[in-house]
Design a protein around this ligand. Structure first.
Ligand SMILES: [Fe+2]
Length: 353
């Protein structure tokens, strides 16, 4: 293993330090400790902080979240093993129309990008979702976006397990945020439970190589996420930028032990735009490579995105028709991942002829 991965970005800023003023003004810090310990009143407090964050900036840090640093560290090592596999091996699990597998470099153009001139990125990614038992009807079945994970045979079993363990831990953590988010929208704390009873969340591991200096070259161009919520543990190097309401791209501040969370388009739509989804991007670096492993909390494919009565009224009409998450997801995939969709269509055509 090279040293890059172990050398986490350590430009940490003390929460109590002078610079924390800038952090807390732009990106709030939500301490989950008391809430996760079941302290009376803590859930309401977290809900209030999340409401403020999601209506003003769309990003917040969670601290005292209980995620095991070893789980994260092992997953980052496993991710490096994946990306170090030869392209010939990774090509065998190229990303399919289910958003599962390897996204090769120099093909990924984000159709929803806020950056006008976008070149293909040198970034590679690997995405996977819930791992289904072969006895599950959706395992390799016809259900889109579910049960179609692709793992390279050359990837060691313990690396696959490390990534799946990371997925499971972050899935659990992300679901702890559902109750305060529901209350932040004026709903009972169990409002989202059914929609996330069987979530179809996705993990995106990414490798951003060092690139030559070039104009309009991004590691990942400006975009908003499809997700309900996105959980972003520290990457191995800086690069993430967030667009503030004032129209300024700011560097991601680093809070020691904190996990960055942002609101995605699914929650924005569900909340009738009461919560915002904020554009963010990753700069390409000419100096150091970068790894990140991001958890996207998605609801069940059958969940209906329907804004609750507390999010609309006479002065605030409903902006969106109710729709299933599966349809919402399909629209996103066709806008942003035409490459994978065309490939899948061609493969299906070839198989039929
Ligand atoms: Fe994103």
């Amino acid at each position: 293993m090279n040293n890059t991965l172990r050398r986490r970005h350590v430009a940490s800023i003390s929460v109590d330090g002078q610079q924390s003023q800038a952090i807390t003004e732009d990106i709030p810090i939500v301490d989950l400790g008391a809430y996760l310990a079941g302290s009376p009143g803590a859930l309401v407090d977290v809900a209030q902080k999340i409401r403020k964050a999601c209506t003003e900036i769309g990003f917040f840090y969670i601290v005292n979240h209980g995620a095991n640093p070893q789980t994260v560290s092992r997953a980052f090592s496993a991710m490096e093993s994946f990306f170090m596999l030869p392209a010939s091996e990774k090509s065998k699990v190229r990303m399919n129309e289910h958003q599962a597998g390897w996204q090769a470099p120099n093909v990924a153009i984000h159709g929803d990008s806020f950056d006008k001139v976008v070149k293909p990125q040198a970034t590679e990614a690997f995405k996977f979702g819930p791992e289904l038992d072969p006895s599950d009807p959706d395992h390799r079945g016809k259900r889109r976006f579910r049960g179609h994970n692709q793992w390279p045979e050359a990837l060691a079993a313990q690396d696959k397990q490390a990534l799946l363990h990371y997925y499971a831990e972050f899935d659990k953590l992300a679901k702890c945020l559902l109750a305060p988010v529901a209350m932040a929208l004026g709903q009972p704390q169990d409002h989202f439970d059914e929609a996330f009873g069987r979530s179809d969340s996705v993990m995106r591991c990414a490798y951003y190589p060092v690139v030559k200096p070039e104009e309009n070259q991004y590691g990942l161009p400006g975009h908003t996420d499809l997700s309900f919520l996105t959980l972003i543990p520290p990457a191995t190097a800086p690069g993430l930028q967030i667009l503030t309401a004032a129209g300024t791209w700011i560097e991601q501040p680093v809070v020691e032990g904190g996990i960055l969370v942002n609101t995605g388009d699914t929650l924005r739509t569900w909340s009738n735009d009461q919560f915002i989804a904020t554009p963010h991007r990753v700069l390409a670096s000419t100096l150091e490579e970068r790894y990140s492993a991001i958890f996207f909390l998605y609801p069940n494919l059958d969940a209906v995105i329907s804004c609750p009565p507390t999010c609309y009224g006479a002065d605030l009409p409903k902006k969106y028709e109710d729709q299933t998450f599966a349809d919402f997801y399909a629209g996103y995939a066709s806008r942003n991942f035409g490459y994978a969709e065309k490939k899948a269509a061609a493969a299906a055509e070839g198989a039929a002829s």
